[in-house]
Write a protein that binds this ligand. Structure first.
Ligand code: ZN
Length: 168
């Protein structure tokens, strides 16, 4: 049997650490957790992450830096909005609003996370850009397991449990 490598329609399980290239700060890591499993080629991951591990075998480790266009995209100034502070009235009964606070807005298309970037008595400035938008990101990735996706996973477009069966 040919040795499996990372390819479209496979379930890849990886350990990874993501750092910011300018200062080495770790923004995300699977260390101390289960490896991350995903269906390759179905937009579960940022584009550059998949491209850079294509063809890797189990046990192989790769390190790469992605520019923002291959990661979380550029910042969009239109995704920064001023919201009347009175809309936060209910929340402010339980919590104190602060710059840098991350909240989730319930939008018609689903929950949308945002960060408060400034506050006045009348308005809350909400930045809906991904916190890592506009940033280059460095990843160190080790492939720990590979298998063919099940029919069910392919039709759902995401990875299931270890045997490919439904667990959600
Ligand atoms: Zn599913």
């Amino acid at each position: 049997m040919a040795e499996l490598t990372v390819n479209e329609n496979m379930i890849a399980s990886v350990h990874y650490t993501g750092t910011l290239p300018e200062n080495g700060e770790v923004f995300d890591s699977s260390e101390g957790r289960d490896p991350l499993s995903f269906l390759v080629g179905h937009k579960q991951m940022i584009p550059g992450f998949e491209e850079e591990i294509m063809g890797a075998k189990v046990g192989e480790r790769r390190e790469f830096t992605l520019t923002s266009d291959r990661a979380y995209g550029d910042r969009d100034n239109e995704a920064v909005m001023e919201i009347p502070r009175e809309q936060f009235k209910q929340l402010e009964e339980e919590a104190t609003l602060e710059v840098g606070m991350q909240l989730v807005a319930q939008m018609p298309h689903g929950p949308s996370p945002f960060t408060i970037t400034s506050l006045t008595d009348e308005t809350v400035t909400a930045d809906f850009n991904h916190a890592l938008a506009g940033q280059s990101l460095t990843f160190s990735v080790e492939v720990v397991e590979l298998r063919e996706a099940s029919e069910e996973e392919l039709s759902h477009g995401h990875a299931h449990g270890p045997d490919g069966h439904h667990d959600h």
